[in-house]
Design a protein around this ligand. Structure first.
Ligand code: MN
Length: 205
């Protein structure tokens, strides 16, 4: 279960009386670890790439979103750990709150740590992140196959790159962020979520 300390930054940034986001009571891991990619129309549109590691969702903001083309390197900036429950969060974070804007669950599924399976490596996800060299196999609805998340600079350079690995799921012609914009949870678009959530909240006293 996620410790209080791990989600401290997440909780400090948010007012859960105003934001519909989960505060994160902690949830026991169940079997294969999950990943989720949330499309987030905040001040600037980006995709939040999250991996279940040690009871929380390790998170990176990917401005252009993931690609299925191994030649495309996508900038990924680490953000604070999120609670596991966040993987099912879809809705509108109100104006004035941290991350204000609409959130859509763009892809979700489970993943495998490829380094843990490698002879002579065996790195855990915690070690892989610490080393800035993550290799995972995604089993999502839109994304499948190997992806590498690699930290580029040292010291204060906190930038990472998200790159599709070369395998049978690599496809330079697919543009899933453009052609498959809907939520894998509800089939809704960002606009539909925004409209429905606003309509819902206006009925509140
Ligand atoms: Mn975000």
């Amino acid at each position: 279960m996620a410790g209080r300390r791990q989600l401290k930054r997440y909780r400090e940034k948010r007012d859960f009386r105003r934001s519909p986001e989960p505060s994160g009571g902690g949830r026991e891991p169940s079997g294969q670890p999950i990943f989720v990619i949330q499309k987030h129309a905040a001040r600037t549109l980006h995709y939040d790439f999250r991996l279940e590691v040690g009871g929380v969702l390790k998170s990176w903001a990917v401005p252009k979103g993931p690609s299925t083309d191994p030649r495309q390197r996508r900038l990924a900036v680490p953000t604070e750990d999120h609670p596991i429950e966040y993987a099912e969060f879809e809705g509108v974070i109100p104006d004035g709150e941290y991350g204000a804007g609409t959130v859509l669950v763009w892809d979700a599924g489970t993943y495998r740590n490829l380094r843990a399976e490698k002879e002579g490596d065996g790195a855990s996800m915690e070690q892989a992140i610490e080393q800035g060299m993550v290799e995972i196999w995604l089993d999502g609805k839109k994304l499948r196959g190997g992806y590498a998340l690699v930290r580029t600079g040292g010291g204060d350079d906190r930038r990472w790159l998200l790159v599709k690995m070369k395998d049978e799921w690599a496809d330079a012609r697919r543009r899933p962020t453009s052609t498959e914009p809907e939520s894998v949870l509800t089939g809704r678009t960002l606009e539909q979520i925004a409209r429905e959530e606003v309509a819902g909240s206006s009925e509140d006293p």
